[in-house]
Design a protein around this ligand. Structure first.
Ligand code: NAD
Length: 428
């Protein structure tokens, strides 16, 4: 069996490798020639995906990458894993999906299965994508080709999380589409969870991400409330998580980051308006979570003030640029907002991240592009008036941080249990 996977990023690449391991020949398609070249050369561009895994798949002939979209005609199935960001008005931008649809439609052979994996609002697959595919191919979905949605559940940086072991939700445009989709994923994934439609599958993914966003907002709010009462939210969460039923622990932090949780809920908000529905939980969670960086900066000002230092002119280091521990993914990272807010208050700002040695060019943070991570040594660290722990990478030696720096603002409870001095660590 030969399939094509379009979009070889954090989602598409691990999925390609999983299919390649399962005896399926994978044609990886991407518009980024650098990625295609790296893959064909057996190199990795994602920190937690080892190059030798890629090289093994490429050398065995199970994986080949290309920028030539006409090659989808070689594939029995096409899986789409392209980005779904928000535009500058914070509305869904599904242009990556529709552009992919336009690029593959003229080359779709009769009988091909097309599956969308990108997180999106209900209706994207059976309305937007279907229309583009039908218009560009003169084929009819459910008749001439099959169509389905299956959300990705990738957990980057979690070594325990294996693609084949994560149950996969699938929804087809017709019952026959669902059967084809079962047969496809059944080759590579242990447990499939069929639902009644593409929309139900799209809605499932949104529920999962909204659930995280709302619960993170809850602990972020409680962090402030309990903090005012001199109660440590981290201690409370540790105690609460011993309850064997009806509780799930979420961690507070400096704000939401990553390609999913800060963005996906607003896909639903936008679509809900079409039906006259309001998504109050989503809006409120967004409000609470986006207020977090400001809170952290205020705490930093407080901590500096206690040392008789003004924020203006102080040297502040943001530790961790990636949005979550042990990954190199800095998309939507709240660290950037922290750095902007600190700079606006006159602080001299630098960052340290072992996985992001230099900030690449992005549309949102172009003013930081080219800035390099400071190096980790006593002399450099001692030069900072305060260090904000924004991401708790395991590779960082936090005891050294405690030994070298007099003021630490800890948003991740990374300093718990270490030798620290009184008033040295400020939880935020
Ligand atoms: N990263 C995650 O942990 C995660 C988890 C679950 C779901 N998702 C969802 O999966 C989707 C993809 O996310 P990702 O993290 O893999 O993104 P990514 O940015 O890492 O990868 C997307 C890839 O698509 C390529 N691309 C962009 N436009 C293209 C086009 N028109 N044709 C072909 N390739 C194109 C890019 O070059 C890139 O390699 C998003 O909808 C996201 O919300 C991501």
């Amino acid at each position: 069996m030969k399939i094509a996977i379009v979009g070889l990023g954090y989602v598409g690449l691990p999925l390609s490798l999983q299919f390649a391991r399962s005896g399926v020949t994978v044609l990886g398609l991407d518009i980024d020639p650098a990625k295609v070249e790296a893959l064909n050369g057996g190199r990795s561009y994602i920190k937690h995906i080892p190059a030798d895994t890629i090289a093994a798949a490429v050398d065995s002939g199970a994986l080949v990458a290309s920028t030539d979209f006409s090659r989808v005609q070689e594939a029995e199935a096409v899986i789409i894993c392209v980005p779904t960001p928000l535009n500058k008005n914070r509305e869904p931008d599904i242009s990556f999906i529709t552009e992919t649809g336009k690029a593959i439609a003229p080359h779709l052979a009769k009988g091909t299965l097309v599956v969308l994996e990108s997180t999106t609002y209900p209706g994207t697959t059976d309305e937007d994508l279907r229309e583009v595919l039908e218009a560009g191919s003169s084929l009819k979905a459910g008749v001439d080709f099959h169509l389905a949605f299956s959300p990705e559940r990738e957990d980057p940086g979690n070594a325990q999380s294996k693609v084949e072991a994560i149950p996969k939700v699938i929804g087809g445009y017709t019952p026959a589409c669902l059967e084809r989709t079962k047969a496809l994923y059944g080759r590579a994934i242990k447990t499939l969870v069929p639902v009644s439609s593409c929309r139900a599958a799209e809605a499932t993914k949104l529920l999962e991400n909204i659930f995280r966003s709302v619960n993170i907002a809850l602990v972020n709010e409680l962090k402030l409330v309990y903090g005012a009462m001199d109660i440590d939210i981290w201690e409370v969460i540790q105690a609460a998580r011993t309850k064997p039923f009806g509780f799930m622990a979420f961690s507070p932090g400096p704000g939401l980051g990553g390609h999913c949780i800060p963005i996906d809920p607003f896909y639903l908000t936008w679509k809900a308006r079409e039906y006259g529905q309001h998504t109050r939980f989503i809006e409120l969670a967004g409000e609470v979570n986006t207020a977090m960086p400001q809170y952290v900066v205020n705490r930093t000002a407080e901590a500096l003030n206690a040392l008789r230092k003004p924020m203006n002119g102080s040297r502040v280091l943001v530790l961790g640029l990636a949005y979550k521990p042990n990954v190199d993914d800095d998309r939507e990272s709240p660290s950037y907002i922290l750095m902007d807010l600190l700079k606006a208050r006159g602080a001299e700002v630098a960052y340290f991240d072992p996985y992001v040695p230099v900030i690449r060019m992005t549309r949102e943070h172009s003013h930081w592009a080219g800035t390099c991570s400071v190096s980790w040594n006593r002399e450099t660290l001692q030069g900072f008036d305060a260090v904000i722990i924004a991401t708790n990478h395991q590779a960082v030696n936090y005891q050294e941080l405690a030994d070298w720096v007099s003021c630490i603002v800890d948003t991740r409870n990374a300093m718990a249990g270490l030798r620290t001095k009184p008033h040295q660590v400020w939880k935020a």
